[in-house]
Design a binder for this molecule. Structure first.
Ligand code: F6R
Ligand code: MG
Ligand code: MG
Length: 367
């Protein structure tokens, strides 16, 4: 294959017992649909899930934003949503109802990350899927893996990476058009950090090797859409990341996730939660959280055939990390609704508090 495209499209189309995990029947329905319909459109595919979201991974040669690829994903999810409705699953079809399909599912509700590149001999990549948070959750680990030699020794040791990486950063609050800035590490390191500190607004959309120009990362960060005065479309992210050679190693990329830094999400999408690296197929639990990320590593042949996956967070090392992060989450939960435990009013996923405070203004008087 001269040019290969990887597409990951992920959606919540219904789950068991709340926003917890899809049913086995639903996952089978999605798999069977793809077996019957992927046909000549795709070179290969795989499916996975995290929390209540099902992720489709497609390998093809139609480029990014291809109508037929997005239509196949949408048809698959619609078929699954019908099954979910029949089974009585919670939130059946919840990510599919943002208006009519116009050839592209980006911004409709599903999370989308796509990258086109000339495949290397020995192409290795990681599919990251996340639940109960947004694409801003990837900013700090990506910054540390691609711009900080404390975490990524390859920046010092590998000739292919000595010129650093470029970050394309998108303003997700700008709803009219894609508003992006291209900044180069290490030259613009502090400018990159200054933007990424605001993880509700500036998200990393992609990363490129400065020397080779090769794409390394594409996340599902995209501009939001306004619905009833609230910014929608920031939810439950995915990310594709090529590793080794021109890029950090798989270990360098997953390393910063051990920090389990605080991100927004979890209970009612409105709280501060550590980002916990979880095993494949983990459900959502305590406090509708914690915000979770999983890492599925693959190799893909130049003909576009995927190997089986490796679960990078399924190793005894990560058990210690998870135990620490459970304690970190409990500590934040000791704050209840106070201070930094709940997001500020503009960031809340639910409008209830804002309406209540608005109505309460009538109770105030000046003495
Ligand atoms: C957060 C999440 C849950 C739900 C909560 C209430 O992303 O999925 O915290 O917000 O379970 O769900 P509803 O409002 O659907 O009853
Ligand atoms: Mg959900
Ligand atoms: Mg979800």
């Amino acid at each position: 294959m001269d040019k290969m495209t990887l597409s990951c499209i992920k959606a919540d189309i219904g789950s068991v017992g709340g926003h917890v995990t899809p049913s086995k029947g639903l996952v089978d329905a999605v798999r069977t649909y793809l077996k019957d319909h992927a046909g000549k459109t795709l070179k290969d595919w795989d499916i996975s899930y995290i929390g209540d979201d099902i992720a489709l991974l497609f390998v093809h040669d139609h480029g990014e934003n291809a109508d037929k690829v997005h239509k196949l994903a949408l048809d698959t999810f619609n078929h699954g949503a019908d099954f979910a409705r029949k089974q009585g699953l919670y939130g059946a079809g919840q990510d599919l109802d943002a208006g009519a399909f116009s050839g592209n599912v980006r911004g409709m509700g599903p999370a989308v990350a796509e990258m086109e590149f000339k495949p290397r001999k020995g192409e290795a990549f990681i599919l990251f899927t996340g639940d109960k948070t947004d694409a801003g959750a990837y900013s700090l680990p990506l910054y540390l893996a691609f711009a900080d030699p404390f975490h990524c020794p390859g920046l010092l040791l590998a000739k292919t990476m000595t010129e650093g990486f470029s970050f394309r950063i998108i303003d997700v609050t700008h709803t009219e058009a894609d508003r992006v800035a291209d900044l180069k590490a290490p030259k613009d390191l502090y400018d990159i950090a200054a933007l990424l500190r605001d993880d509700g607004r500036y998200h990393i959309e992609s990363i490129f090797n400065n020397k080779s120009g090769e794409i390394a990362v594409r996340t599902s960060a995209c501009r939001g859409r306004m619905e009833k005065g609230k910014l929608k479309g920031k939810d439950d992210p995915v990310m594709l990341c090529r590793v080794q050679g021109d890029f950090p190693s798989s270990g360098e990329v997953i390393g910063p996730f051990r920090l389990g830094h605080y991100v927004s999400g979890s209970g009612r999408g409105s709280h501060t939660t550590p980002l916990m690296p979880v095993k494949q197929y983990s459900p959502i639990t305590f406090f509708d959280g914690p915000a979770s990320v999983s890492a599925r590593a693959y190799s893909v042949s130049t003909a576009g055939k995927l190997t089986e996956y490796v679960d990078l967070f399924d190793h005894p090392f990560w058990e210690t990390v998870r135990a620490d992060l459970a304690r970190k989450f409990i500590q934040m939960r000791e704050q209840g609704f106070a201070g930094p435990a709940m997001l500020n009013i503009q960031e809340l996923e639910y409008g209830g508090v804002a309406e209540k405070i608005h109505a309460l203004q009538d109770k105030f008087h000046t003495k």
